[in-house]
Design a protein around this ligand. Structure first.
Ligand code: NAD
Length: 442
């Protein structure tokens, strides 16, 4: 540990208890020596957050100083696993605000449901921590904007958990497409058909499980009774906490279309159909069936999903089809291939494609984590910056907003961050936070 850096953070990161905002920190430079370990904490431990933390620890360059969860059972289980597997004995927290007071903590991983990402990222930035925040960046467009503002204001490194940006499979496909081998890219078809998109079977409300601070799980979302079908692992399907398959898989896969074109522009027009048409015995608000068109200047992105099924084009439950003038690339997380429409052309294209393939001995998340840790030290922009995470989240949220409002088609004005002529759509740009969690400014 380097005394001068830690001491500086200690002086500058003042934390205000309660729901009020943390005060400003100005430290932004890197003072890490090459082999110095990075001290991290985890907020939200049950599933993805803990998986990401394990990848952090597997690098050998990290200490885990704290883990935080509103569920005591999960905290205890994860603490035992960390001790056994990594000989790490972090402090345990129920309230993330207390964990952010640890001046020796350099970075936090945010693995909570989407409705928490904004507040926890903003607070972490204000406390001088770098942030690895899971995707989608946030549960609304307005929250994404606040997070971007906070990251810039406090000069924080923020890696968004869209690990496909660190994947050798997708990197190879992108290099091949951008080399012009398929001709001009003009259409990207994306599909994501998953069983889990229909939610859990309906259940009635019940008592809050022992050891769970449900009020702190709800946080900024509206107060309501406890229901297991809206809780751990099921919250995706309710607008207050998530956006269903459209945001969950949407940000991963729509991002591949934008990446192929190096398109950083916000969507300006969108057409969307979304409804619940089936599986009525399952508990959800988000749509089991959606078709969305994002028209762009010189190409078009087509999205579709049908939850409750797990099959699709090319026998792939999810995938991306990049259609160029001369050939088509079909990709998922595991592989990509080229199709030209005839056997000889395809064989020739595939032999060229081989020269673009990339490999890694780490998982995509492992690569993404390594990229983030390197960025903490170098202060360079990570492979999925907050700008990238925000931009693609706008596409996914707009699709849900067009469907939810019944507008079908919407026009977005990037200058004012609002929709043209739809009060209903503008009403969904930012959720109404519960009073105690109101974010007055970043
Ligand atoms: N990158 C990926 O491929 C990938 C995969 C799965 C999930 N995710 C994302 O990871 C996030 C978490 O998903 P999950 O599957 O782990 O959900 P989960 O419901 O399994 O786990 C969320 C955890 O957060 C905890 N939590 C909730 N509110 C909290 C608070 N205020 N403070 C501390 N802990 C709190 C819960 O108790 C739970 O342990 C989501 O944003 C999801 O979209 C990303």
């Amino acid at each position: 540990m380097e005394p001068s850096r830690r001491a500086f953070i200690k002086r500058s990161a003042l934390f205000t208890a309660g729901a009020s905002l943390l005060s400003t920190v100005s430290w932004s430079g890197s003072h890490f020596s090459a082999n110095e370990k990075i001290n991290v904490g985890l907020i939200g431990c049950r599933n993805q957050g803990f998986y990401v933390l394990r990848e952090f620890l597997q690098t050998g360059g990290v200490n885990c100083l704290g883990i935080c969860d509103i569920d005591q059972k999960i905290l205890d289980e994860k603490a035992a696993a960390l001790k056994k597997e990594f000989q790490q004995m972090p402090r345990l927290y129920k309230d993330f605000r207390s964990m952010l007071e640890d001046k020796d903590m350099d970075a936090v991983i945010i693995g909570t449901p989407d409705h928490w990402h904004c507040l926890q990222t903003v607070y972490a930035c204000q406390a001088g921590k770098d942030v690895y925040v899971e995707k989608p960046l946030a549960n609304s467009i307005g929250e994404c904007n606040l997070m971007l503002e906070a990251a810039r204001k406090y000069n924080r490194i923020v890696q968004v958990g869209q690990q496909q940006r660190s994947s050798p499979v997708w990197q190879g496909a992108m290099d091949y497409i951008k080399s012009g081998q398929i001709g001009k890219l003009r259409k990207v078809n994306i599909w994501a058909n998953f069983h889990y998109g229909i939610g859990a079977e309906k259940q009635t409300d019940e008592a809050v499980p022992q050891g769970v601070d449900f009020d702190l799980w709800l946080g900024p979302a509206p107060d309501r009774g406890f229901n297991p079908t809206r809780f751990h692992g099921n919250w995706w399907h309710f607008w207050d906490y998530g956006g269903g398959l459209m945001t969950d898989w949407g940000v991963h896969l729509l991002d591949m279309a934008l990446w192929a074109k190096d398109d950083t522009s916000e969507p300006e027009r969108i057409m969307a159909y979304g409804k619940n048409l089936s599986f009525e015995e399952h508990s959800r608000e988000t749509y089991d069936t959606m078709s969305v068109i994002f028209p762009k200047n010189d190409y078009v992105i087509n999205w579709q999903h049908a939850a409750g099924h797990q099959s699709g084009p090319y026998d792939m439950p999810y995938g991306v089809e990049f259609i160029g003038d001369r050939a088509t690339v079909v990709a998922d997380r595991g592989n990509w291939s080229v199709k030209t429409g005839d056997a000889a052309g395809t064989a020739e294209a595939m032999s060229v494609a081989e020269t673009y393939r990339k490999k890694s001995s780490h998982s995509d998340v492992g690569n993404h984590v390594r990229d983030f840790l390197e960025c903490i030290k170098s202060r360079r922009t990570p492979s999925c910056s907050i700008e990238t995470g925000r931009n693609v989240a706008l596409y996914a949220h707009m699709a849900n907003i067009a469907a939810r409002t019944g507008e079908g088609s919407l026009e977005w004005r990037p200058g004012s961050q609002s929709f043209s002529g739809s009060r209903a759509a503008n009403g969904l740009v930012m959720p109404a936070y519960r009073k105690a969690w109101r974010l007055s400014s970043v």
